[in-house]
Design a protein around this ligand. Structure first.
Ligand code: PGA
Length: 266
C-alpha cells in the first residue's frame, strides 16, 4: 500500500474492517463476497477506495491467498515489536507480511486498555510494522471520562505524538481516530466533534511531517454503519473508516463502502 492519492490528487480513502476475535474459516465467505463485489458490481468503488479486512491472525494467510480479485487487502490486528524470539502467543510484523498482510492495526483501545499498551509500546509496534514493510494503522481515541472532562484534544494529541515512530510517512502510516466510548456501543460523536478532532490530528501530522502530513489517511472508527457512513465520511479530514461489528457481514460492509458512491473520495 504505497499509493495514497486518488486520481484527483486528493487523499485516497481506506475502509478497513476489524474483525477482532470473531471469525472462523466459514466467515471467510463474507470477506470473499466483498472481494467479488469489488471485482464485479462494486467495481467503480475499488477504483476510488482502498478496502481491507483485518481478520484474526489464524485467517490472515488463507484470506490473503484467496482474496485479491477485487483488490481486497488483508491486514493483521496487532503485532509484536520484535522480529522473532521467545514471545509465546505473539505474532511479529514480519510473520504477518510473510502471510500476505499489507498492514497491521496497532494501539487499538482494546489493546491499550486490556493489555496495558502505552504509547511507547504502540510506537515500537508501528516501527516494527514499517521494518516489515507493512502499513501501520495507529489507533488513538479518548475515553468517555476524558471527553466529559474536555480532555479529548489533549489526550489524542499526546497519543499521536507518542505513538508515531520516526519512520512514519504518509505511505506507511494511517491514523484511526476511535473514541473509546463509541466502539461497539452504537454511539457516535456529532460530526462537528469528529471534524474538530480530525482537524487537530491533521495539524499534528503536518507539524511533524510537513507536506507529507497532509496526505496521511485519518480514519474515523466507532459504530460506523451503513446508515451513518455517508455523514461521517463527508467530514473534512476523514479519509475513511475503521469498522468493527459492521465489517463481519459483507452486506453491511458493502453498505458502508457505498457511502463513497455518495460522497466520493476526500
Ligand atoms: P465498532 O468497532 O465498529 O464495532 O464500533 C470499531 C473498532 O473497534 O475498530
Amino acid at each position: 500500500m504505497t499509493e495514497t492519492t486518488s486520481k484527483a490528487g486528493r487523499v485516497r480513502p481506506l475502509v478497513a474492517g476489524n474483525w477482532k476475535m470473531n471469525g472462523l474459516k466459514a466467515s471467510l465467505s463474507e470477506a470473499l463476497s466483498v472481494d467479488e463485489a469489488l471485482a464485479g458490481d462494486a467495481k467503480e468503488l475499488s477504483a476510488q477506495v482502498d478496502v481491507m479486512i483485518c481478520p484474526p491472525a489464524t485467517l490472515v494467510m488463507v484470506l490473503a491467498e484467496l482474496a485479491g480479485k477485487g483488490g481486497l487487502k488483508v491486514g493483521g490486528q496487532d503485532c509484536h515489536w520484535s522480529e522473532a524470539g521467545a514471545n509465546t502467543g505473539d505474532v511479529s510484523a514480519e510473520m504477518l507480511a510473510d502471510a500476505g498482510a499489507s498492514a497491521v492495526i496497532v494501539g487499538h483501545s482494546e489493546r491499550r486498555c486490556d493489555h496495558g499498551e502505552t504509547d511507547r509500546v504502540v510506537r515500537d509496534k508501528a516501527s516494527a510494522a514499517h521494518r516489515a514493510g507493512l502499513t501501520a494503522i495507529v489507533c488513538v481515541g479518548e475515553t468517555l471520562g476524558q471527553r466529559q472532562a474536555q480532555l479529548t484534544l489533549d489526550v489524542v494529541a499526546r497519543q499521536i505524538r507518542g505513538s508515531l515512530p520516526e519512520t512514519a510517512t504518509a505511505a506507511n502510516t494511517v491514523i484511526a481516530y476511535e473514541p473509546v466510548w463509541a466502539i461497539g456501543t452504537g454511539l457516535v460523536p456529532e460530526v462537528g466533534d469528529v471534524a474538530e478532532v480530525h482537524r487537530m490530528i491533521r495539524g499534528e501530522l503536518t507539524n511533524r511531517l510537513g507536506e507529507d502530513g497532509g496526505m496521511v489517511r485519518i480514519l474515523y472508527g466507532g459504530s460506523v454503519k451503513p446508515s451513518n457512513a455517508a455523514a461521517l465520511m463527508s467530514v473534512d479530514n476523514v479519509n475513511g473508516a475503521l469498522v468493527g461489528g459492521a465489517s463481519l457481514l459483507a452486506e453491511d460492509f458493502l453498505g458502508i463502502l457505498g457511502a463513497y458512491s455518495e460522497v466520493g473520495p476526500g
